[in-house]
Design a protein around this ligand. Structure first.
Ligand SMILES: C[S@@+](CC[C@H](N)C(=O)[O-])C[C@H]1O[C@@H](n2cnc3c(N)ncnc32)[C@H](O)[C@@H]1O
Length: 269
């Protein structure tokens, strides 16, 4: 193909993606520039058009734009992301809001399934006196979380540990927080989700197995607070489990779409 100007390349990509916005975001990533640069320089030749087209092709194949541009917005901040860690979802911001209402000075927190690190990192950024132990079974996710912690200069407040749940972590905590995998095993995923790590999505045959395991751990470790995200259809199974375990203080919260999305539980010592 002959050489195209930035304007022509953007027009072509917008047509293919049926989205000017996405074509522009990918071009900004490709040229390492902002939108203003593109507007002011759109008559210049786009060098290396072939490689821009490759990125557009990935998007046409339903790959999430966050993996293509290595960037995701969460709690109004930009985090590094790549294939290997779940793309943080806006509804998980609610877990942070709930935690902020509870956390006191000097709290020790454990996050199970830290993924790209967004929850622990935001808490460490927003609260001065806090210590967090963040675990994950995924080496790739932990590497991404460590990059983010360094970028946000909170690496001294968070210990990242590769382990199953809290295995071999013997500290006592004031709070356990988690957004665990909670989708049922045989649930048919849409194509964009197939790019995300499967062990970040599937929580077992019924989907709620990891949530129950985390409740068991919280009880066993005599941790006062437990905050978890869950699936929109898991309120009933979680309530039954709390009742079975003799837990009396718990409440569920909804996401911005009005769907059941998580719970906060408390248990005195
Ligand atoms: C839904 S993702 C949440 C990631 C991140 N906390 C967020 O909210 O974006 C769940 C994470 O739990 C991790 N995970 C799955 N099974 C685990 C286990 N048994 N122990 C610790 N982490 C686990 C996955 O690797 C994944 O990173």
């Amino acid at each position: 193909m002959s050489r195209l100007t930035i304007k022509e390349a953007l027009k072509e990509a917008s047509k293919e993606l049926k989205s000017y916005k996405e074509a522009s975001i990918i071009l900004q990533y490709f040229l390492k520039c902002d939108e203003v640069y593109i507007i002011l320089n759109d008559d210049k030749t786009l060098e290396d058009y072939k490689n821009y087209k490759k990125l557009i092709k990935r998007r046409l194949n339903s790959e999430p734009i966050e993996y293509i541009t290595n960037s995701v917005s969460f709690y109004s901040q930009k985090f590094f992301i790549k294939k290997g860690a779940l793309i943080p979802r806006p509804e998980s911001e609610l877990l942070i809001d709930k935690a902020l209402k509870i956390i006191n000075k000097g709290f020790k927190i454990a996050e199970i399934g830290v993924g790209s690190g967004v929850i622990s990192i935001m808490l460490a950024k927003l609260i001065e006196d806090i210590k967090i132990t963040a675990t994950d079974i995924s080496k790739e996710a932990l590497e991404i979380a460590k990059i983010n912690a360094k970028n946000f200069k909170v690496n001294d407040k968070i210990s990242f540990i590769k382990t199953n749940y809290l295995d071999n972590v013997n500290e006592k905590f004031d709070m356990i927080i988690s957004n665990p995998p909670y989708i049922a095993k045989n649930f048919a995923l849409e194509k964009p989700l197939s790019y995300e790590p499967q062990n970040a999505l599937f929580g077992g045959d019924y989907g709620d197995e990891m949530l129950k395991e985390i409740i068991d751990l919280w009880v066993k470790r005599k941790t006062p607070y437990l905050l978890c995200e869950m699936g929109y259809d898991q309120k009933e199974s979680m309530s039954s489990y709390f009742i079975k375990k003799g837990i009396k203080e718990y409440s569920f919260y909804k996401d911005l779409q009005g769907l059941d999305r998580g719970f906060v539980a408390f248990k005195g010592a």
